[in-house]
Design a binder for this molecule. Structure first.
Ligand code: PNW
Length: 457
């Protein structure tokens, strides 16, 4: 057995995490500029002001991609860079246009995400994602980018992980804009679904009929007591997956959150709008999540590092405990368990038959230090990648799951959101003092694996 023809081997990044150049060429501030510049919001007060300086070093980074042998590169477009104040900024668009051309010159398919969490601050000032009009602004932005970059982009992805945008941003407050209002978070989730539907349809119909159209979700792969799995699954997975695939909002989600809201923000026709045709669903996978129902007060932090009692991203899940599992963990404290990836893919094939998938992120943070010879022996990351590639192949070859590509997170060490530069996910090490890039052993491993068609050495 082998992988399907045209299988995409890729690496992924996101604009705010790598670009820097926060105030250059007409870029306006995003909610992440505001949030990261607010004392106490990120580890060590780190911001994306400079990040990996990819805005200036992109040629070097594309050369590294070509050397790695990847056939696709997943990046995101910074909305406030290309449409500050709501009008197109030619200099900002030119940056992505040059990047896309350089990728194509190297035989690398551009996979562009329109929203990886950097909402223009002016739209947050007008209400942000809990405000309905934000969805319509997003669709306008999408069409402008479709017209500018068009069919040079292989796959257009509207949103990256709307769960993080809605629930980490508006309920837990650990991501920008840092609000802790569960009803605002549910409203944001709906407007993100609406934004996806409006943008994806408009992109396809008005700008790029020939490209593939997609969205990326971080589905929580849940294990544990069925009732706990059902409740967490409703407000983390099915709140997006069901409306996006034409099923509308799940009845149990509406019940579980009835004390908070009557969902009147969902207007007639919205669920239909959200269900724009999907050519492929992007899924990001890092770890499984273990849950149980429990009526005590948990002393433990939950799977995402949020202390019980602190504002939770899991709206309507009171009395649910998030458990750790034995075995190795990454520097994020996330368990290393590739069987979750295989199970998640098989579950999607069972529950959403006929929906092609792409693994748009998979990877691990470890504390990577150069050895005396300058080499970075990141054996933990190599083991993680090897096991997850094998799990993916089992799902494809034995399980018959339709997976179209795999993207390692991340090409480079970068700004890991609330954890700043302290957590390193890159295949390529970045020295933040000098900007210097250095291949870790995992980059060599991934290059070998790709050159063998996914059979790691
Ligand atoms: C994803 N959680 O973020 C993002 O798409 C990336 O930008 C990020 O760098 C990567 O995974 C590693 O964290 C997540 O708390 C952040 O469940 C947090 C969670 C999930 C995904």
């Amino acid at each position: 057995m082998s992988l399907p023809d045209g299988f995409l081997w890729g690496a992924a990044t996101a604009a705010y995490q790598i670009e820097g150049a926060a105030d250059e060429d007409g870029r306006a501030p995003s909610i992440w500029d505001t949030f990261s510049r607010t004392p106490g919001k990120t580890l060590n007060g780190d911001t994306g002001d400079v990040a990996t300086d990819h805005y200036h070093r992109w040629r070097e980074d594309v050369a590294a991609m070509a050397d790695l042998g990847i056939s696709a590169y997943r990046f995101s477009i910074s909305w406030p860079r290309v449409m500050p104040g709501g009008t197109v900024n030619r200099k900002g668009v030119d940056f992505y246009s040059r990047l896309v051309d350089a990728l194509l010159d190297n035989g690398i398919a551009p996979v562009a995400t329109l929203y990886h969490w950097d909402l223009p601050q002016e739209l947050e000032d007008a209400g942000g994602w809990p405000e309905r009009s934000t969805a319509f602004r997003f669709a306008e932005y999408a069409v402008q980018m479709g017209k500018a970059l068009g069919d040079r982009v292989h796959t257009w992805t509207t949103l990256n992980e709307p769960w993080c945008s809605a629930f980490l941003g508006y309920a837990a407050g650990v991501h920008a804009p840092g609000r802790t209002d569960p009803v605002a978070a549910l409203t944001a989730a709906h407007h993100l679904n609406l934004a996806h539907g409006l943008a994806s349809r408009a992109l396809r119909e008005e700008a790029v009929p020939s490209a593939l159209h997609s969205i990326t979700l971080n589905l929580h792969h849940l294990r544990g007591e069925p009732e706990a799995v059902r409740r967490v699954g409703a407000v983390s997975n099915r709140v997006f997956l069901d409306p996006l695939t034409g099923r509308g909002y799940p009845a149990d989600l509406l019940d579980d959150t009835a004390a908070l809201t009557d969902w009147a923000f969902v207007r007639d026709g919205d669920e239909k709008t959200a269900a724009a045709p999907l050519d492929v669903l992007g899924v990001n996978y890092y770890s499984p999540t273990l849950v149980r129902t429990w009526d005590g007060v948990s002393p433990r932090a939950n799977a995402d590092g949020h202390k019980q009692g602190a504002a939770t991203p899991f709206v309507g899940c009171e009395g649910i405990d998030f458990l750790d599992q034995p075995g190795p963990h990454t520097a994020m404290g996330w368990p290393v368990d590739a069987t979750g990836l295989e199970e998640m893919l098989l579950g999607l094939r069972r529950d959403r038959p006929g929906l092609p998938l792409m693994i748009t992120e998979n990877g691990a943070a470890f504390a990577d230090e150069p050895g005396p010879d300058g080499r970075i022996r990141d054996r933990d990351r190599i083991a993680y990648l090897r096991d997850h590639l094998a799990a993916m192949r089992r799902a494809i070859e034995a399980g018959g799951v339709d997976v179209r590509g795999y993207f390692a997170w991340s090409l480079l060490d970068n700004f890991e959101w609330a954890y700043g530069y302290d957590r390193r996910f890159g295949l390529i090490h970045v020295d933040y003092a000098t900007g210097e890039r250095r291949w870790k052993d995992s980059a060599h491993f991934y290059k070998d694996a790709i050159s063998r068609g996914g059979d790691p050495p």
